[in-house]
Design a protein around this ligand. Structure first.
Ligand code: AGP
Length: 609
C-alpha cells in the first residue's frame, strides 16, 4: 500500500521517480505525485488516478527539471483520493515537502494544535500535519526539526522529506513501515520497496524502526531516534532485474504461476542434503523442539491458508496440536501462549501490519517466533527469532501464487525437520515424503502443461455469479485458497466449505446451475468426497472436480468437468492442487476483462490495520 521513492544525485530526478513509482504500482494506489527542487524552489505535481496521468502532466518529467526529489503513490486513508490529498504534502511556506506511508494516529490533536497557532491546512491528510509540524519546529536545522516531530507523532510511518533550504539532501524516517536506502555512485536513493531501486543499485541499507537517514549525493548517514549517528550494514540484493519484469507475459500473475516449479526448486533443493532436511542458520535447538507442546500459526489471507494446510499436515506428522489464527484476531484475543508454544508466522511481504503486531505480541508473551517470509530483510524477517526464507523472488501480482506454493514447501520441510527430531515419522515415510518433495517441481510442470484444459473450463463457467469450493481435510484448506483466488481477481462471489458441513446449512444454496468446485485429491477421504459430489449434483449443481490420476476414472462419470493432478504424498497434494485453481481463477478473470494484476480495492502488502 502506498509507495515512496526518493532521489538525490546528478541525473534528472523526475524520470527516475516516475520509473520507481511505476515499479511500485503493483502495491495498489489511487493517486501519485512528486516534489522536485528546481534550483530555486520546490515544484510539486500531483494527480488523482493512474501514474500515467501524473506522467502526462509533467511530460514524463521534462516539465520539472532538478536533481533531487521525492515521489509517492497514495492509497487513501485520511481524505478521499484527490489531487489535493495526494502526496507530497507541503508546509504552508511550500518549502518543506513530505511523502508518507502509514498512518499518524494522533494527527487530529496535532492538527488542532497547529490550527490554534494559525497554521492553515489545505488537505484532509494526516501527512500534511507532518509537513506543517516540521516547519513549525524548523529553525535552520532540518534534522533537528524532524527529530522533534518524531517525538510527537504516533503511529506507523515511512517518510521521505525534502526542504528547499537544504536542497542537497533528503531525509528518510522509518517506523513500522518499510523504507530502504539505495547506494549509488554519486547518487543515492530511498524507496519503500527494493523493486523501485533495483535498476539503479543492488547495494541497499535496510532501515530499522525509529531510525532516520540523511541522503546526499556523496553518501548516507543514519541516525537513531536520539539523532546519534549509527553505522549500518550494506546488503546486496542478488535477484535479477527480470524477476520484477513481465518478461513477455501478459500479466505478472500468469508469469508467477508459471515460475512456480523453479521457485520450488530454489526453496527446496538446497535444503535437502544426503537424504536429510537441512535448514540454514536454524536457531531452534533439538531440546527446544522436543519441549514443544503447541504450535500457533499466525498469518493473513493466503498465508493464513498455508497455515490451514499446515494444521492438517503438521499435526499428522508431529502429533502436536496446531492452532491457526488470523493475525488480526490473534492480536486482540489475549492468546494463551505459554511455555512450549512456538509461534509460526507466515508472510510473503514480511510487512503485513496485523501479522507484525501479532508477532510482537507473541514475543512479548515470551514465545519463540519462527517466520516463513519471502521478502528478504523485511520487518517480520528481522524481528523473528528464526526466519526461513521462501526464495520465491519478487512477487508483483496482488494475488499471490508462487509465494503460496513456496510457503507450503518450506512448511513441509519444517514439519519433516521437526518430525525427525521428535521421532514421530517412520523412517520409510520420512524418506518417501522427501523424495516426493524433490519430484514436486517436475509434477507441477506436468500440471502447468495441461493449462489449456483449465482454460476450457474457465470458458464454460466464467459467467457464474457464485461458486462453492468444497473439500475435506487438506482439500478443505486448499478450497479456501482456490476460493480467495477466484474472488479477489474475478470479483465472483465464492465460498469454501468443509464438505461435511454442507448438510448443516450451505446445501440450501445449491440449485440448478450452481457451480461447485469439488476438491477430491485426498485419497483417504475420496469416497466421502464422492458422496458430496452426488449430493450437490442431485440438487442441480454443475460440478467441476479436481482429483488425482488414481481417482480419475471414478470421478469422470460424475463430474461435469474434471481436472487431474499427478499422484503424490498426501501432505504435498495441496501444493499441486492449488495450481489448477490459480489458473482457473486467472482464466476466468481474463475472460471477464478484469484488471488481474491490480484488482480493485486490493493492495499487495497491507501495511495498515
Ligand atoms: C493473496 O492473494 C492476497 N493478496 C492476500 O490475502 C495476502 O496473502 C495477505 O494480505 C497476506 O500478505 P502477506 O503474506 O504479505 O503477509
Amino acid at each position: 500500500m502506498c509507495g515512496i521513492v526518493g532521489y538525490v544525485g546528478a541525473q534528472q530526478a523526475a524520470p527516475i521517480l516516475l520509473d520507481g513509482l511505476t515499479r511500485l504500482e503493483y502495491r495498489g494506489y489511487d493517486s501519485a505525485g512528486v516534489a522536485i527542487y528546481d534550483g530555486a524552489e520546490l515544484k510539486v505535481a500531483k494527480a488523482k488516478g493512474r501514474l500515467q496521468v501524473l506522467s502526462d502532466l509533467i511530460q514524463g518529467g521534462a516539465a520539472i527539471p532538478g536533481t533531487v526529489g521525492i515521489g509517492h503513490t497514495r492509497w487513501a486513508t485520511h481524505g478521499a483520493p484527490s489531487d489535493v490529498n495526494s502526496h507530497p504534502q507541503v508546509s504552508r511556506s511550500g518549502r518543506i515537502a513530505v511523502v508518507h506511508n502509514g498512518i499518524i494516529e494522533n494527527y487530529a490533536a496535532l492538527k488542532q494544535f497547529l490550527v490554534d497557532q494559525g497554521v492553515p491546512f489545505a488537505s484532509e491528510t494526516d501527512t500534511e500535519v507532518v509537513a506543517q509540524l516540521i516547519e513549525y519546529f524548523y529553525h535552520g536545522d532540518l534534522l533537528q526539526a524532524v527529530g522533534r516531530v518524531l517525538h510527537r507523532i504516533q503511529g506507523a510511518y515511512a517518510l521521505g522529506i525534502l526542504c528547499a533550504d537544504c536542497p542537497d539532501q533528503l531525509i528518510a524516517v522509518r517506523r513500522d513501515s518499510p523504507l530502504i536506502l539505495g547506494i549509488g555512485a554519486g547518487e543515492n536513493f530511498l524507496a519503500s520497496d527494493v523493486t523501485a531501486l533495483i535498476r539503479h543499485t543492488r547495494e541497499v541499507i535496510y532501515m530499522e524502526d525509529g531510525e532516520l537517514a540523511v541522503l546526499t549525493r556523496e553518501g548516507i548517514q543514519c541516525y537513531n531516534h536520539f539523532l546519534q549517528p549509527v553505522d549500518k550494514e550494506i546488503s546486496h540484493v542478488d535477484w535479477e532485474i527480470d524477476a520484477a519484469e513481465k518478461g513477455g507475459y501478459e500479466h505478472f500473475m500468469f508469469k508467477e504461476i508459471m515460475e512456480q516449479p523453479q521457485a520450488l526448486r530454489r526453496a527446496v533443493f538446497p535444503r535437502i542434503r544426503d537424504g536429510e532436511v537441512y535448514l540454514e542458520d536454524f536457531g531452534l535447538s533439538d531440546a527446544y523442539i522436543r519441549s514443544l507442546r503447541k504450535i500457533y500459526i499466525v498469518a493473513c489471507g493466503s498465508s493464513y491458508h498455508v497455515g490451514m494446510v499446515g494444521k492438517y499436515s503438521l499435526e499428522r506428522v508431529l502429533r502436536i496440536p496446531v492452532e491457526v489464527s488470523l493475525a488480526s484476531e490473534f492480536r486482540y484475543r489475549d492468546p494463551i501462549v505459554g511455555e512450549g508454544t512456538l509461534v509460526l508466522v507466515i508472510s510473503q511481504s514480511g510487512e503485513t501490519l496485523d501479522t507484525m503486531a501479532a508477532l510482537r505480541q507473541a514475543k512479548k508473551l515470551g514465545a519463540q517466533v519462527l517466520s516463513i517470509v519471502n521478502v528478504v530483510g523485511s520487518s517480520i524477517a528481522r524481528e523473528s527469532d528464526v526466519v526461513l526464507y521462501t526464495w520465491a523472488g519478487p512477487e508483483i501480482a496482488v494475488a499471490t501464487t508462487k509465494a503460496y506454493t513456496t510457503q507450503l514447501a518450506v512448511l513441509d520441510l519444517l514439519g519433516l525437520y521437526f518430525a525427525r527430531r521428535l521421532g514421530t515419522l517412520e523412517e520409510e515415510e520420512y524418506h518417501a515424503i522427501l523424495q516426493e518433495l524433490l519430484l514436486l517441481p517436475a509434477k507441477m510442470e506436468q500440471v502447468l502443461e495441461h493449462r489449456e484444459d483449465i482454460q476450457y473450463y474457465a470458458s464454460q463457467y466464467f459467467n457464474h455469479d457464485s461458486v462453492f469450493y468444497i473439500g475435506r481435510n487438506l482439500d478443505y484448506a486448499l478450497g479456501l485458497e482456490g476460493s480467495l483466488k477466484l474472488k479477489e481477481i474475478s470479483y465472483i462471489h465464492s465460498e469454501a466449505y468443509a464438505a461435511g458441513e454442507l448438510k448443516h446449512g450451505t446445501i440450501s444454496l445449491i440449485e440448478d446451475g450452481t457451480l461447485v468446485v469439488a476438491l477430491a485429491t485426498y485419497d483417504a477421504l475420496f469416497d466421502k468426497a464422492m458422496n458430496n459430489v452426488v449430493e450437490v449434483k442431485s440438487r442441480g449443481a454443475d460440478v467441476l472436480a479436481l482429483t488425482t490420476q488414481a481417482h480419475r476414472e471414478a470421478m469422470e462419470t460424475l463430474a461435469s468437468g474434471l481436472i487431474t493432478i499427478p499422484d503424490t504424498h498426501p501432505m504435498l497434494l495441496p501444493s499441486l492442487g492449488v495450481v489448477p485453481l490459480q489458473l482457473y481463477a486467472y482464466y476466468v478473470a481474463l475472460m471477464r476483462g478484469c484488471d488481474i494484476d491490480k484488482p480493485r480495492n486490493l493492495a499487495k502488502s497491507v501495511t495498515v490495520e
